[in-house]
Design a protein around this ligand. Structure first.
Ligand SMILES: [Zn+2]
Length: 86
């Protein structure tokens, strides 16, 4: 019973290290939930910058939903991006 908390802490530590390596701010990621854009879809795009979220969302929309992201759509998507813990 006493081993489980140790394993959990080890997992958190390695995850925190991975985040530090990729992100100058290790706790917050720019996050877009695909369903917030009106799709019946559980995909979540996370990146360190809004621009990267938009890039990944554009690829996702095109490949998964067959939707081309126009500048107007991109502006709408940008307003849906939130800050969430990594
Ligand atoms: Zn989607």
């Amino acid at each position: 019973m006493y081993r489980q908390p140790t394993i959990y802490l080890n997992f958190l530590t390695s995850k925190a290290k991975a985040s530090l390596f990729q992100n100058p701010n290790p706790t917050i990621m720019k996050t877009l939930h695909c369903r917030d854009a009106g799709f019946d879809c559980e995909a979540v795009v996370k990146a360190t910058t809004e621009e990267e979220v938009l890039n990944q969302a554009a690829v996702h929309a095109q490949t998964v939903h067959g939707v081309t992201v126009t500048p107007e759509l991109a502006a709408g998507i940008k307003s849906l991006i939130r800050d969430e813990p990594a």
